[in-house]
Design a protein around this ligand. Structure first.
Ligand code: HXC
Length: 519
């Protein structure tokens, strides 16, 4: 009969074997590709010494393909829990060094278990992806577990933050789990994500392409918008996720962490600079991040999808130590006009903030929706509607500041009072109108202009008249569509006062199963 000491020694030996086997495989192949191992990645992400591993003795269950005698521990994934900056998170890291990190039965059960745990205790789950996808030897069992994973992702959506780090291949149906999660972060040079790889594309369509062209980080972050950030290396990607977690609550019922408010009410240099931010020339761009920096604590914010649809900026920051989501038209890219890509980008961000009770601050300077055949054919009607839907649906405190243009549909969608914004502010430079002065004068006074002796002088006079009558914030303020017209330098103070006012906001929404956002 074995003694207690024997049993403890046996456990230690088994543990040593798990680690030894993993390390032997890992160091050679993984590091040579410029990638860390699953355990090294977890160590990088979590507070030192905080990781508790689950199911370390789980083993591959397949007896075919000669694997019965060589069943690696862990089964291609390391799962467990730990802390980031002292806050609880659950984590799984696919281990490419074991069967290519492919999903088999034991692997699947481990991941589902840690996700169920995260959901039951209400903490974020971070999945580190580096995998050959469905384990070929385990056939439908593997596919079943991918589908179960999708089921968990959907159940957890809007309840706990879900973050995917892509640190190697992610292909086939395996891409859909990260795609459902709230944030997807890639790594330059080592990660890629696509439904079918270059060889399949070539066989099916005849197109010749490369891994990078199809699904490298640049394509995913700039063109398709699948990735929210690209780290220049694994450490940078992990650092972004750690910073992100600092802005987020652990779940939809808990508040986000609160930090000390760094500024008092007296205007800062940054505040004062806002008085001269808007150029005199109506079509000249300016850096709207100056306005964002003036309002958020320490001028510090984390931009989400910085390389995608740059005509709109989405970012997380803090005001008086409390997390906020920022949506801002960017006049430096396509004059800040709304198109398909930026409508989707902003709509998803607004919905994320709403799900996790993060108040929204909108900075509007928008000439309207982008005209064009391509936009219409590709569905600007449907996709643009997503942004209206998201703003209208959001019940978190919503504060809007109109900096300059708020024309046409752009006025309505960018956090207008009519879509439920709580506090609407406008700078004196705001132009809230159906369209810009020049366009409006051409339409309203075409005949008069055609018959005018001095056409230019008449046009200039009419534009001036239009601007005084329509292109200002006062018509909207008369009707209460704008609550206050403010000096730009007071924006931080006004926003922070409004956020304090709205801290206990309550909204009653009609009972229903769910709405039907135009997907
Ligand atoms: C079993 C796999 C595997 C897989 C890789 N391996 N993918 N084992 N099932 N899906 C194993 C390899 O046999 C190899 O084992 C080891 O992992 C490393 O793989 P390599 O090919 O040597 O690595 P590399 O050259 O870096 O190439 C990586 C790769 C390639 C591009 C990912 O392995 C590959 O194309 N794999 C298949 C990808 C795929 O089509 N998966 C199915 C997607 S469909 P040894 O023993 O030599 O170390 C899918 C459906 C999901 O996932 C359904 C959701 C509903």
């Amino acid at each position: 009969m074995s003694t207690t000491a024997d049993r403890i020694a046996d456990l230690a030996a088994r543990r040593a074997e798990v680690v030894e086997i993993a390390e032997k495989r890992a160091v050679d192949r993984q590091h040579a590709k410029g990638k860390l191992t699953a355990r090294e990645r977890i160590e990088l992400l979590l507070d030192p010494g905080s990781f508790t591993e689950l199911d370390e003795f789980a083993r591959h269950r397949c007896t075919d393909f000669g694997m019965a005698d060589n069943r690696p521990y862990g089964d291609g994934v390391v799962t467990g829990y730990g802390t980031v900056d002292g806050r609880q998170v659950c984590v799984f890291a696919q281990d490419f060094t074991t069967l290519g990190g492919s999903m088999g039965e034991a692997f699947g059960l481990k991941v589902l278990k840690v996700m169920d745990l995260a959901l039951s205790i209400g903490c974020p789950v971070i999945g580190i992806n580096d995998s050959g996808g469905a384990r070929i030897q385990e056939g439908v069992v593997s596919l079943a577990h991918y589908a179960e994973l999708g089921m968990r992702n959907v159940r957890a959506s809007g309840v706990i933050p879900q973050i995917s780090l892509l640190m190697g291949p992610c292909a086939g149906g395996a891409v859909y789990s990260p795609a459902i999660t709230d944030f997807t972060v890639m790594v330059d040079g080592t990660s890629y994500m696509f439904v079918t790889g270059p060889e399949v594309v070539s066989a099916v369509t005849g197109e010749q392409t490369t891994l990078d062209e199809l699904g490298g980080p640049a394509v995913n972050s700039e063109v398709s918008g699948n990735a929210h950030y690209v780290g220049h290396d694994e450490q940078d990607a992990v650092g972004w996720v750690q910073t992100l977690l600092g802005y987020l609550p652990s779940n939809n019922l808990d508040p986000a962490p609160v930090y000390a408010a760094p500024h008092g009410p007296e205007p800062t240099e940054r505040d004062l600079r806002l008085d001269s931010l808007i150029p005199d020339a109506e079509n000249q761009g300016y850096d709207v991040t100056e306005a964002i920096r003036a309002v958020v604590d320490d001028g510090d914010y984390l931009e989400v999808q910085p390389e995608y649809a740059r005509n709109i900026i989405t970012a997380l920051g803090r005001v008086d130590g409390h997390s906020v989501g920022v949506v801002a038209n960017n006049p430096l890219v396509n004059a800040g006009a709304l198109d398909i890509a930026c409508s989707e980008k902003a709509a998803r961000f607004v919905r994320f903030c709403d799900a996790f009770n993060i108040p929204l601050i909108t900075f509007a300077d928008v000439p309207g929706y982008l005209p064009g055949v391509a936009q219409e054919r590709n569905g600007i009607v449907r996709h643009g509607a997503k942004l209206i839907y998201a703003y209208a649906e959001a019940t978190v405190p919503k504060i809007t500041v109109v900096l300059r243009k708020a024309y046409g549909g752009g006025y309505a969608v960018m956090g207008s009072k009519h879509l439920g914004a709580d506090v609407n502010l406008a700078w004196p430079t705001a132009e809230i109108a159906v369209m810009g002065a020049v366009g409006a004068v051409q339409i309203l006074h075409r005949k008069a202009l055609q018959g005018a002796e001095d056409r230019q002088a008449l046009a200039a006079r009419l534009v001036d008249e239009y601007q005084r009558t329509f292109s200002n914030p006062y018509a909207a303020a008369e009707r209460g569509y704008v609550d206050r017209v403010i000096q730009p330098a007071r924006t931080r103070l006004e926003v922070s006062t409004a956020l304090r006012l709205l801290r206990n906001k309550r909204t009653v929404v009609p009972t229903r199963k769910h709405g039907n956002i135009p997907l």
